[in-house]
Write a protein of this length. Structure first.
Length: 205
């Protein structure tokens, strides 16, 4: 079965570093969110270390995400077929792939999630800066700091739920995780899940 390159080495290192930092930022952030989740702070060595490290991890994740963004944004522009794919989400869930419009390099759901990731990452870093004590918070009024805390929590929840869907979908479509891990997918995988992309790279054959 012939193999097709889907991700370069730098794409993969970039992606998995963002994923690792996301897990650490999410776990430490959830520990601050509610006392019942405080036990999660032990992952980064306790409450104080988590409080110190969380913002630095968040900034590192954001910077690496920006690189990922510039590598992938042009693959995630929503076209008419993607909007139709999203409207037929019932057929997607019921695995009626034959009824769906042709999918390119990414499907409508992946593209939508990409923009959710982008917006929430931006909101997280901006709001996080506004209430990062002792560095930046003193430059903002208490009302701004309070608003920033709410924006931060809401964006974090949206991103966490989005990533749960992202991981679930990656596990659901067999061969996808392997693609991001090894950089290559089988031509059968590409033809079945991303036929538009397959045609594009195989010159319409
Ligand atoms: C936490 C565990 C994660 C896993 C297991 C995972 C898995 C994957 C897999 C398998 C793909 C390949 C999809 C395909 O080729 O069709 C992918 C793509 C991608 N992932 Fe992740 N991912 C994770 C976290 C993240 C995080 C935290 C972000 C950013 C916030 C992210 C951003 C992306 C992007 C931008 C792509 C390319 C797809 C696109 O441009 O639409 N991933 N991921």
């Amino acid at each position: 079965m012939s193999k097709i390159v889907r991700y370069s080495g730098s794409d993969r290192v970039n992606h998995w570093l963002v994923a690792l930092l996301f897990v650490l930022a999410a776990i430490s952030g959830l520990a601050f969110f509610h006392p019942s989740l405080f036990f999660l702070s032990s992952v980064l060595g306790g409450g104080q270390l988590s409080r110190i490290l969380h913002p630095f991890i968040g900034v590192a994740m954001f910077v690496l995400f920006v690189i990922l963004y510039f590598k992938f944004w042009h693959h995630n522009i929503l076209h008419k077929n993607d909007r139709q794919w999203l409207k037929q989400i019932g057929d997607v869930i019921a695995d009626r792939e034959d009824r769906l419009p042709e999918v390119g390099r990414y499907n409508g759901g992946q593209k939508l999630l990409f923009w959710v990731m982008t917006i929430t990452m931006l909101l997280l870093v901006l709001s996080g800066m506004a209430f990062w004590r002792p560095y930046f918070a003193s430059n903002f009024s208490i009302d701004t700091v309070r608003l920033a805390a709410v924006v931060h929590a809401v964006s974090a929840w949206v991103l966490i739920l989005g990533i749960i869907v992202h991981v679930y979908a990656a596990l659901w479509v067999k061969g996808t995780i392997k693609g991001m891990w090894t950089g290559v997918v089988s031509s059968a995988w590409a033809r079945k899940h991303h036929p538009g992309w397959f045609k594009e790279i195989s010159g319409g054959k």
